[in-house]
Design a protein around this ligand. Structure first.
Ligand code: PEP
Ligand code: MN
Length: 336
């Protein structure tokens, strides 16, 4: 941390700040300029900058280290590759994860699994437990849905990602899924994150609609510090002042995450836009921006979907999109 003192700060005020820093366990390096004194505080302690900002004579407190440690690029330089059988997330190949928003029936998920496999998907997505804004909306089929997902994925040689909403669901879900998804609304469900740190399945952690990049990395830090290194982040759109689309898909978060962390970054243009016609352009942008994977909602009869029909691609649209994505991937040194 760097503490910049005010121009007219007194020796007493400077001494008080130094004393406070040493009390907090920092080594302090003082540099006295012509107009100002600057204090460099070196140490591992995480302190609330406000504690120093409020001391008399302090002009500014600048953090030079990040509050997250284990998920930081400075902790590990190489990209993390999460291996699930022959599927590698975070490697050269961009991994397509696709499927319905919610599992609605056995026939539905079998049909869509067949379609996404043909498109080149490696992972079948689908919610069995759905976090819905309204308690009157379809809440998911629960364990029955998980069974259908697993059956469909096994039949077509796919892996499964599905959302876990609470700690009590982890053992049941672990019997059926390969990747546990933490939904945007649960990104700061800290007890759930801690528990996911104590189990072995990879976690797809969605960025909360109102979460900063740093808060998202701290959420990932909860899982990794609990003992589970296999976390992938997912940009799925944030709330901004813009109302044209459901959310604002923060494409720029992709290169920012890639610089700050070694964790794989997935983009979800379906929730990020909320409209089928906007999914392909944003999927293309995400691949160009460096995403390691895409999470895309697909439905063969979207007008009958129980959840998020308007943002689901039809299978033919997914095939066409994948053709375009392959060209973009090649242009940025990736495959798909
Ligand atoms: C989902 O992927 O099914 C979902 C509910 O997404 P989010 O948590 O991003 O809203
Ligand atoms: Mn959805």
């Amino acid at each position: 941390m760097i503490i910049v003192m005010e121009e007219n700060a007194t020796e007493e005020q400077i001494a008080r700040v130094i004393e406070k820093l040493m009390h907090l366990g920092f080594d302090v390096h003082r540099s006295t300029g012509i107009t100002r004194t600057v204090l460099g505080a070196v140490g591992q302690k995480i302190v609330d900058a406000r504690e120093l900002e409020l001391l008399p004579g302090v002009a500014e407190v600048l953090r030079v280290t990040t509050p997250y440690k284990l998920v930081s690029r400075s902790f590990r330089q190489e990209d993390l590759e999460i291996r699930l059988g022959d599927v590698v997330i975070g490697g050269r190949e961009i991994v397509l994860m696709a499927g319905p928003c919610a599992v609605e029936s056995r026939e539905q998920v079998l049909e869509i699994a067949d379609a996404v496999k043909r498109a080149g998907a490696k992972i079948l997505r689908g919610g069995a437990f759905k976090p819905r804004t309204s308690p009157y909306s379809f809440q998911g089929l629960g364990e029955e849905g998980l069974r259908y997902l697993r059956e469909a994925a096994d039949r077509y040689g796919l892996l499964v990602v599905s959302e876990v909403m609470e700690i009590a669901q982890i053992p049941l879900m672990s019997e059926y899924v390969d990747v546990l998804q933490v939904g945007a609304r649960n990104m700061q469900h800290f007890n759930l994150l801690k528990e996911l740190g104590r189990q072995p399945k990879p976690v797809l952690l969605k960025r909360g609609p109102a979460a900063t990049i740093e808060e998202t990395l701290l959420a990932a830090e909860y899982i990794v510090s609990g003992g589970n290194p296999n976390v992938m982040l997912c940009e799925r759109g944030i709330r901004t002042f813009e109302t044209s689309l459901r959310y604002t898909l923060d494409i720029s978060a992709i290169p920012v995450f890639k610089k700050l962390t070694y964790l794989p970054v997935i983009a979800d243009p379906s929730h990020g836009t909320g409209r089928r016609d906007k999914v392909p352009p944003m999927a293309r942008a995400a691949v160009a921006a460096g995403a390691d994977g895409l999470l895309i909602e697909v439905h063969h009869r979207p007008e009958e979907a129980l959840c998020d029909g308007p943002q689901a691609l039809l299978p033919e649209q997914l095939y066409e999109l994948v053709g375009q994505l392959r060209q973009i991937a090649a242009a940025v040194g990736r495959t798909l």
